[in-house]
Design a protein around this ligand. Structure first.
Ligand code: PEP
Length: 253
């Protein structure tokens, strides 16, 4: 089955409202053609999400958040719910980014709950999984990644409609310039797809998109995108400049 590629910008904790508006004003005309073939996602901080979503509304670009809390309302000071994200126009959300797992103590269980709630709320979750350098060096990459994927899948019903996206993001490659080799990216992502097939069936495994993330740049994207199981990229640093993000989107066509 041909899966629609996706190139997703994770701005992390960057950009004021004015900067976000300037970026979107430059990005939208430049990805208009590519967005016919590629899902282009912009995952913005909460503070500029409304403007990003408003500007993206007349395009095919998907506005997304970087996190949310899996209850709809209530006494959760400082948190933002799925209905709140939808209210400002978000269509997607990153779940379980390694920075959230490491810095904000998000567990596999919470990530699984968030994923299920995002799907139930009509948001497309981009669920991040990946191992540390120490885990890879100790030969524990697959133990770690398969455990993270399994916990998410066990919480979900049928996903053969492509209701979620996984992003394999080896932690040692995030923001380090130390990109995974195309073969290592394919190895991990191919194994994730087989795990989905084992738990949810072949149809689901063929429908779920799996991105690679970790120091993607215009000069390394082509070899990564050429891998059969890689459906696109989740991009931090290289998504902050319009020119480099546009180059990545074009490489995904
Ligand atoms: C990320 O934050 O998801 C990421 C992959 O960052 P970078 O592209 O900067 O490595």
């Amino acid at each position: 089955m041909a899966r629609r590629p996706m190139m997703a910008a994770n701005w992390k904790m960057n950009k004021l409202v004015r900067e976000a508006e300037e970026y979107m004003a430059r990005l939208l005309p430049r990805v208009e053609d590519s967005a016919e073939e590629v899902d282009v996602g912009v995952f913005a901080p909460f503070t500029c999400l409304k403007e990003v979503a408003r500007m993206a509304e007349t395009s095919r670009v998907i506005a997304g958040a970087q996190n949310f809390y899996p209850e709809d309302s209530g006494a959760y000071t400082g948190e933002v719910s799925a209905p709140m994200l939808k209210d400002v126009g978000a269509e997607a959300v990153i779940v379980g980014h390694s920075e959230r797992r490491e810095l904000f103590c998000e567990t596999d269980g919470l990530v699984a709950r968030k994923t299920a709630r995002a799907i139930d709320s009509g948001l497309l979750p981009v669920v991040c999984v990946g191992e540390t350098k120490e885990e890879r060096d100790a030969g524990e990459m697959w133990d770690k990644v398969s455990g993270q994927v399994r916990e998410v899948l066990e919480r979900l019903g049928d996903i053969s409609g492509g209701e979620l996206v996984f992003a394999y993001e080896p932690i040692w490659a995030i923001g380090t310039g130390d990109v995974a080799s195309p073969e290592d990216a394919q190895d991990a992502i191919g194994r994730i797809r087989e795990l989905i097939a084992g738990i949810k069936g072949r149809e689901a495994a063929d429908a779920v998109r799996i991105l690679y993330g970790g120091s993607i740049k215009p000069d390394n994207i082509e070899d990564i995108m050429a891998q059969p199981d890689v459906d696109g990229g989740l991009v931090g640093g290289a998504s902050l400049e319009v020119d480099s993000f546009v180059a990545l989107v074009e490489a995904a066509r």
